[in-house]
Design a protein around this ligand. Structure first.
Ligand code: HEM
Length: 432
């Protein structure tokens, strides 16, 4: 049966869904999603103060899969693909003339999207990534060296899980190590941080005009940086993804500076906080279960299961938005053309109709068809790379660490979009 009425969330619950703080309080958030899946699986979220456009919140696995896979009906434009307030969207329009600060794969639909996606699809497949393994192993080794040199206690996030994926992604983009911090800082300036401990940009106390200038400056600097990098890769192509993008053509034309910067920025920004969050989540699960740690240390065939379950369990990308291209229906709820929808991956990946005991970390979960990488035309381009990076890092960690436990309370970041642990205090002994 198709429902025409609007099952609208209470103001209190609606506020929870778009409040970054809720994502730092994981169990309470999962309780909210349990209630929604049961009582209002496709719920209308309306701002009491008109601060954002209303949207449909999709929380069941099956419905989230349906929206993700039907890319003709559920588009990535023209509305923002990430939840944003009206003020933030107006700000982006002021800076760039578009609803999103950067145009990239996630803001394109067919027929443009497949043309851009095809440019790097092969590069991100396992066969090509195999050629990168030795480089990634070297990065994993130097990262674990830092943990070993830190003694017997450390915060895993700043020491290991945050810098490692950043190094990997910068390496494939051909950004030299001395420029990495600058790139990181520019990304943070561009996307702002919702968590004051992480943003570190000093933008908190600025006026809106000053912020506009900083962000516009960051966008321009990115474009300049990557235009120079691309010029170098045209003259001296290597086998990195930067060379593929620099030498690519769409409809016979090379990418212009803005499109090229958009491509580099999406790979850079999609590839580090995400893998950092799933890596920290896997480490927390192992620290909380010493027996599991000992089992996987002795039998590495268990590692892929741990990696996959960590990705589901943490669901680092917490949502993406879509716009309905036509009048349609989701889970029995009528949706009108131009309506905005939120696919909530955290909610979908904790749906008990799909996953037994979904809050449990179960490395042997099979099947584990989670939605953490999305599905359909926009499914994560870097999914094989994320798995490979995690597997390589954990192999190194398991070789060099003998025992592992928590040394304090882990804390999650306040963020509605990409989220995960911001601190993970661990205590460990080293292998002989
Ligand atoms: C555990 C780590 C990761 C998670 C959970 C993750 C998750 C996601 C999700 C949910 C999407 C959107 C899917 C959809 O709309 O259906 C996505 C897209 C994307 N991801 Fe990832 N990602 C991860 C790691 C990476 C890495 C390492 C890279 C590259 C180095 C990457 C590059 C991208 C790109 C370029 C897109 C846009 C694809 C498109 O729109 O066609 N991701 N990712």
């Amino acid at each position: 049966m198709v429902t025409e009425a609007y099952p609208t969330l209470s103001a209190e619950m609606g506020t929870k869904i778009i409040d970054p703080q809720s994502y730092a309080e994981w169990d309470g958030l999962l309780d909210t999603f349990d209630w929604l899946r049961e009582n209002m699986p496709v719920a209308r979220v309306v701002a009491e103060d008109d601060s954002f456009d209303p949207f449909w919140l999709v929380t069941r696995y099956e419905d989230a899969m349906h929206v993700s896979k039907n890319n003709k009906t559920f588009l990535n434009r023209p509305r923002s693909t990430v939840f944003s307030t009206k003020e933030a969207i107006a700000f982006s329009e002021r800076v760039t003339g578009s609803k999103m600060l950067v145009d990239s794969l996630v803001t394109f639909d067919a027929p443009i999207h497949p043309k851009y996606r095809r440019l790097t699809q092969e590069w991100f497949m396992p066969k090509n990534l195999k050629t990168m393994e030795a480089e990634i192993e070297a990065l994993a080794r130097t990262t674990v060296d830092r943990l070993v040199n830190a003694g017997t206690e450390a915060d895993f996030v700043p020491l290991v899980s945050a810098p490692y994926p950043l190094h990997v992604v910068m390496q494939i983009l051909g950004v030299p190590e001395e420029d990495e911090q600058r790139m990181l800082f520019l990304t943070q300036q561009m996307f702002g941080g919702q968590d004051e401990d992480l943003s570190g940009t000093g933008m908190k106390d600025m006026t809106p005009e000053q912020i506009t200038q900083v962000v516009a400056g960051a966008v321009a600097e990115f474009e300049r940086y990557f235009a120079a990098l691309a010029a170098d890769r045209r003259a001296n192509p290597t086998d990195d993804v930067a060379s593929v993008i620099a030498n690519a053509t769409v409809d016979g034309e090379p990418l212009n500076d803005r499109d090229m910067a958009g491509y580099y920025i999406i790979v850079a920004s999609a590839g580090h906080d995400t893998t950092s969050a799933s890596t920290a989540g896997a480490m927390m699960a192992l620290a909380q279960d010493p027996e599991q740690f000992a089992r996987v240390k002795a039998d590495r065939s268990l590692l892929p299961g741990i990696v996959e379950e960590a990705i589901r369990w943490t669901s680092p990308v917490q949502h993406f938005m879509r716009t309905a291209a036509e009048d349609t229906e989701v889970g029995g709820q009528k949706i009108a053309k131009d309506d905005w929808l939120m696919i909530n991956y955290v909610a979908a990946n904790h749906d008990p109709d799909q996953f037994d005991d979904p809050r449990k970390f179960d490395a042997a979960r099979s099947p584990n068809r989670h939605l953490a990488f999305g599905a359909g035309a926009h499914q994560c381009l870097g999914l094989h790379m994320a798995r490979l990076e995690m597997k390589i890092l954990f192999n190194e960690l398991l070789d060099r660490i003998e025992t592992l436990e928590l040394a304090g309370e882990p804390a999650r970041a306040k963020s509605t979009f990409v989220g995960g642990l911001k601190t993970l205090p661990i205590r460990y002994t080293l292998s002989k």
